[in-house]
Design a protein around this ligand. Structure first.
Ligand SMILES: Cc1ncc(COP(=O)(O)O)c(C=O)c1O
Length: 413
């Protein structure tokens, strides 16, 4: 394998660390430079006055649940996404349940989704009283494969499917155009799991407005994050919005008159206030994430580590970006063959990494009842063995990225 010319950083990191490892044993080793997976304190530092003022304003109003602070965030969020309605709620998990329930998905119906996602993508379907049906992923994007969806829809399991729930995994838009084709042909409802994708787009259209309804999470590690749990449903349908507002408050349209069985999934005033401040910065943060991702790509390529296939052999497969989409890089995820050993190696050097997700949903103990088995979704199963998320956040410095790539180069050399 011919390696392209190595850049200066590679010599200083990889070569020097190789030299130091062959140095006499007594010579003090340099302390590894830690690189955190995520450092929210760097986001907080320049914003803390603004955030404290926003929290103070909530205390002045004493509106701790919904109220003005949440309404203001809902309005600003809807405007930013160019969507008719944004309904704040208490978590991304609740947003998924609310979106499905408000779109009229319930018992006796099936919802088709991916086995390669966070647990809530499937558990929310069960909470809505519906049955999850799974289809495999595209190994290049890790998102639902429209061809696999088509095959499932044509199978026996597909008969009861009333909705498709694509997940925009790692911040990359799922192929909604192809999925909508399926949806239209069969009059299916499309509900987006946009938990990881605030600001992502497909051909200029924002995630959150690609289907009948969408669910966002503002969990603190998300690209748009609250200071606790929070979530949101977005929709262009007046009817779905009205139902979501009713369901998030125990099915009440009129106080203490309960039209349907809803739940308490209201957003806190403090979270609304924090999110209103952060919403003003999310475009810049997403742009910074794109820069971080582009730098990783360049560093891996310069080090000769990038393999241009779907599955890894000796190096790393860099994340694939679908043309026509705007990726927001919630995560930068490589594929590599000796993933678990690499993760240990990075941990020894105090470099953060994470596996999203080590066990596909059809193999989770809690979901045995769905009736799937090992081998049913080979792409999801293989991805679960090979993916590794590297540190990415808007404030991640270039020297930190160099440290990460140099460590991976060391491991693979
Ligand atoms: C894809 C996906 N769906 C749903 C959720 C659930 O969001 P939350 O943790 O806010 O309940 C998450 C977040 O963890 C997620 O990543």
């Amino acid at each position: 394998m011919g390696r392209p010319e190595l850049r200066g950083w590679y010599h200083s990191h990889v070569k020097n660390s190789a030299a130091s490892s062959s140095a006499p044993a007594k010579k003090a080793q340099p302390m590894p430079t830690p690189v955190p997976m995520l450092d929210l304190k760097r986001q907080y530092a320049p914003l803390h006055q603004e955030l404290l003022a926003a929290l103070g304003a909530v205390l002045e109003t004493q509106q701790f649940i919904l109220g003005e602070p949440v309404a203001a965030f809902e309005q600003a969020a809807a405007a930013q996404l160019a969507v008719a309605h944004a309904i704040g709620c208490s978590s991304g998990t609740d947003a998924l349940w609310l979106a499905l329930a408000a779109a009229g998905i319930g018992s006796g119906e099936a919802v088709l989704t991916t086995p390669f996602s966070f647990f809530a993508s499937v558990s929310a379907i069960l909470r809505a009283g519906a049955k999850p049906v799974l289809a495999d992923i595209d190994p290049a994007t890790f998102n639902l494969s429209p061809a696999a969806v088509q095959a499932v829809l044509e199978s026996q399991r597909g008969a009861a499917v009333r909705a498709i729930l694509p997940v925009h995994l790692y911040g990359q838009t799922a192929d909604c155009a192809a999925l909508l084709q399926n949806a239209k042909e069969r009059k299916l409802v499309l509900v987006e799991d946009a938990a990881q994708a605030w600001g992502a787009q497909s051909h200029g259209v924002n995630v959150g407005s690609l289907g009948a309804a969408a669910a966002f999470s503002f969990y603190p590690t998300k690209n748009l994050s609250a200071a606790g749990d929070a979530g949101m449903v977005t929709t262009n349908s007046d009817e779905i919005a009205e139902r979501a507002r009713m369901l998030r408050q125990h099915g009440m349209r009129r106080r203490y008159y309960h039209d349907e069985l809803g739940w308490n999934t209201r957003m806190d005033g403090f979270q609304g206030a924090i999110l209103s401040v952060k919403l003003r910065h999310i475009e810049a943060w997403n742009a910074a994430r794109r820069q971080v991702a582009a730098r990783y790509d360049a560093l891996f390529t310069a080090a000769g580590l990038a393999e241009s296939s779907i599955y890894p052999t000796h190096g790393v497969i860099l994340p694939h970006q679908v043309s026509g989409t705007r990726h927001v890089w919630h995560q930068y995820v490589i594929r590599t063959a000796r993933r678990d050993k690499l993760r240990e190696f990075l941990a020894d050097r105090k470099i953060g990494s994470e596996i999203y997700y080590p066990v596909p949903l059809h193999l989770q103990d809690a979901l045995k009842g769905l009736g799937y088995k090992q081998g049913d979704f080979p792409e999801a199963e293989r991805a679960a063995r090979e993916v590794l998320a590297l540190p990415i956040f808007p404030e991640l410095r270039e020297d930190e990225e160099q440290t990460v790539v140099a460590a991976i180069a060391d491991f693979l050399s």
